[in-house]
Design a protein around this ligand. Structure first.
Ligand SMILES: Cc1ncc(COP(=O)(O)O)c(C=O)c1O
Length: 459
């Protein structure tokens, strides 16, 4: 006889399988006995499933929940804003929360970025930034510029423009081809394919110079923008040198190419500074942001633009930026995002990301000494990757029967950790994490890797 709790769980399981499209997951996997994970509650760095089992949210959801789960003060802000004003036509009017949020962002973002266009997701922010870059040139009578340079290994979203600048072989672009014309992919800071820096001894300045030559080859006068994360998360959190970004900034400026920094993950303290571009002393022309802008308490994203780009849209009616979005600058989302930024600021969470992140980095590095399959640990702030190989010395990868893609997430789950894992484990906890919680997190990872090593007979 099932008890009520089991009944409820089974009912949710059945209805989820029938009606809910769990994003990116394979139905056949979800339909296996423990294939579907339900999250019901959250508090601080922890999430709880329907049976009350607690997990460390080692990914901050999806690099989102900077201020931690269960912040009631943001609920109160939402309630107050809804009772005052839930919606006003963003195509035509401004609202106080949107103005307050934009003003706050002007304080926090690099000094040249002072105007903000609000949208609803990171993909939409990327899409909007690409459109803005193109229209900026068009407005300046430079309509030959249609190409966008992006980097291999990058991820920028799922709308057709964002999808087209993605540079990840993991993301299957094939079903959606033909994609946006004029997208040129250049190697990332650590090389690509078999020509990786660690194998060849090349460094990121080699790839910066390669990018320069590729830009010349493409004819710079046809290029509208260069888009990249300052520190590419999807490409494994390799932290580039200051010189790399200085060089890219110099060549984009020389050729009149707008630099779009995609800080959808990097932004708002994830890397230990408010914005990752600050690590390199480089100011982009456009800056995309989402995720930690609201810590997930409301769907909101934005494109910030430099004074120069904003100026390109000032003039006659036809110079105005073409196209808006109904939910853009939603007053409730803006009020929540502002409340979230105030928490980030008052609790000094970007600073905590830097200092606690340094501790996390040291603890993760120790895993390399203790575990033969840990080939590398990398990262900055609270954004880290642990790379795994069957034999790091020979470069031997895991065998299909090792089943790492399924076993590693499961073993982490058994150790009380929710993360993205396969032959790389992503470690990006909420920015409110403290040292004791880091110890608990690293102990769990340590345990999961150890069990996996025993399972595949490597120790
Ligand atoms: C760097 C980057 N840009 C854009 C996106 C797309 O954001 P969204 O999933 O909100 O559309 C993501 C999503 O993870 C991202 O990591």
């Amino acid at each position: 006889m099932m008890n009520d709790k089991n009944d409820t769980h089974e009912s949710y399981r059945q209805r989820a399988l029938n009606h809910l499209w769990v994003q990116t997951q394979q139905y056949n996997d979800l339909a296996t006995e423990n294939g579907l994970i339900f999250i019901e509650k959250g508090h601080g760095i922890y999430l709880e499933n329907m049976e009350g089992k607690k997990y460390i949210d080692a990914m901050s959801g999806l690099w989102v929940v900077a201020v931690g789960h269960g912040r009631n003060e943001l609920g109160k802000i939402a309630e107050k804003q809804i009772s005052e004003l839930a919606f006003a036509n963003p195509f035509a009017y401004a609202t106080p929360p949107a103005v307050d949020l934009a003003s706050k962002l002007a304080e926090l973002t690099p000094s040249n970025i002072n105007k903000f266009f609000f949208v609803n997701s990171g993909s939409e922010a990327v899409e909007t930034a690409i459109r803005m870059a193109k229209q900026y040139h068009y407005n300046n009578g430079d309509s030959k510029r249609y190409k966008v340079i992006s980097r291999i290994g990058s991820y920028h979203g799922t709308t057709m423009g964002a999808l087209s600048v993605n540079g990840s072989p993991m993301l299957n672009r094939a079903p959606f081809e033909p994609l946006l014309p004029g997208i040129v992919h250049v190697p990332n800071t650590n090389g690509f394919g078999e020509i990786k820096n660690e194998k060849t001894g090349l460094d990121d300045m080699f790839w910066a110079r390669y990018t320069e030559e590729r830009i010349k080859f493409e004819r710079p006068e046809t290029i509208a923008a260069f888009i990249a994360e300052p520190i590419s998360t999807s490409n494994g959190s390799h932290v580039p040198s200051k010189e790399y970004w200085e060089h890219i900034r110099k060549i984009t400026q020389e050729h009149g190419i707008l630099l779009i920094h995609d800080e959808v993950i990097n932004g708002f303290g994830r890397t230990g500074k408010w914005f990752a571009s600050e690590h390199f002393g480089v100011e982009p022309d456009l800056l995309t942001m989402a995720k930690q802008l609201s810590s997930g308490y409301a769907p909101i994203a934005a494109v910030g633009v430099s004074d120069q780009v904003a100026e390109g849209f000032v003039g006659e009616k036809e110079d105005s930026f073409v196209g808006g979005t109904t939910w853009g600058a939603n007053p409730v989302s803006c009020a929540i995002a502002l409340g979230n930024l105030e928490i980030l600021e008052s609790e000094r969470l970007p600073q905590n990301s830097a200092t606690t992140g340094e501790y996390l980095k040291t603890q993760l590095e120790k895993l390399k000494n203790d575990h033969p399959i840990v080939s590398d640990t990398r990262g900055i702030g609270l954004m880290h990757s642990i790379d795994l190989l069957r034999n790091p010395e020979t470069g031997e990868d895991f065998k299909p029967e090792d089943n790492i893609a399924k076993r590693m997430p499961q073993l982490l789950l058994d150790a009380g950790i929710l993360s993205r894992a396969g032959n790389s484990i992503q470690v990006a906890p909420p920015l409110v994490i403290n040292r004791e919680e880091i110890d608990e997190l690293v102990d769990g990872i340590d345990q999961a890797i150890g069990i996996f090593e025993d399972e595949i007979g490597v120790s």
